[in-house]
Design a protein around this ligand. Sequence first.
Ligand SMILES: Nc1nc2c(ncn2[C@@H]2O[C@H](COP(=O)(O)OP(=O)(O)OP(=O)(O)O)[C@@H](O)[C@H]2O)c(=O)[nH]1
Ligand SMILES: [Zn+2]
Length: 349
Amino acid sequence: MSYSELNKLGWSNLFFQQLSYDEICDENICNLVYRISEIHRSRIVGRGLAGEQSIICGSEYQPISQHLAVGDWVLAELANEHYRITKIFTPKNRVRRISNGLPQVIAANLDYLWIVTSANEEFNVKRLERYISLAYEFDITPIVVLTKLDLCDDIEQFTSQIKHLDVPNVHALSSNQPSSLGVLQAYLYEGSSIALVGSSGVGKSTLINALFHTRQATKEVRESDDHGKHTTTHRQLFFTDGDVAVIDTPGMRELQLYNAEQGIERTFSSIIELVTECKYSDCTHSNEPGCAVQAAIAEGLISEAHFANYLKLLKEEESQQRRTVGAHAVKEHYRAYFKKIHSDNKEKW
Ligand SMILES: Nc1nc2c(ncn2[C@@H]2O[C@H](COP(=O)(O)OP(=O)(O)OP(=O)(O)O)[C@@H](O)[C@H]2O)c(=O)[nH]1
Ligand SMILES: [Zn+2]
């Protein structure tokens, strides 16, 4: 048993470097390192070298949802026959959202965000752009997965609408045709971590079950909580036989943008580049003379819908921030933000 065995669970040098000298010298320490797979009100379940372990969260880590999420790595100590968290490793990335006005972490240490959509009336470019912005904001590689290819006569009508998107790959497949799933093998290497997002009914669970021959992702677990009541919880992170961590939590399914300016910029980079060419630095790109964005729309270089969604996402982001930090701070923030885009772009040219 050693650290290299932990790599199968997604461990890397990033976490090893966070161990102190004394911890590294302790031969037993790698047996006390866990990756969080389930989160409950007062305890968590982690996966370590010896399998799953129930771990207690002390008051310093409460409320749990603000401190750690499935996918996080923790160090635990054994005291009085209980495992207790002593350290949370700084993650590679963390997906956050707002819940009741408070930031909440819902998943950590992800490599890929599979953005699942189906090749039918559910398909919505704006929704895809929103998810792609999120992925970039949290520093996760977005991959678009178009399901239900078997029910679609003309896949080109969908793929042609997303050619402009800044994603490494778009895959079209059918979960009921195993041969079509081979394209996803590239992401299923030992130690990789994948989360799925997408609307209800697009086929996320079906895809997981078809790929991994499991029903774990949809299986509901009944368990007794601290008060003896029965609660129904999802198993939130599971490892496949090939040692891929799959995260499929309800929280991921309800994501909204939060502090996602950089992700939006990356997703809409073609628009951001145009903004600097507008005649006026405070151009709102609606009806000003000399607006480069409107000119590009008129020439068909960018679609009106793409631009409208950019504005919509920015607005959503703005209202989220207003709720958390107050209107005045947001106004100041955006004034500085647009000024910065303008001057950054000017420097580039
Ligand atoms: N024909 C066809 N049907 C599919 C495919 N993928 C999923 N389905 C069907 O679509 C329906 C919804 O699939 P789910 O896997 O439950 O969708 P989901 O995204 O997990 O939905 P939620 O759990 O509500 O978020 C089911 O009836 C599946 O059998 C596919 O590739 N082809
Ligand atoms: Zn303009």
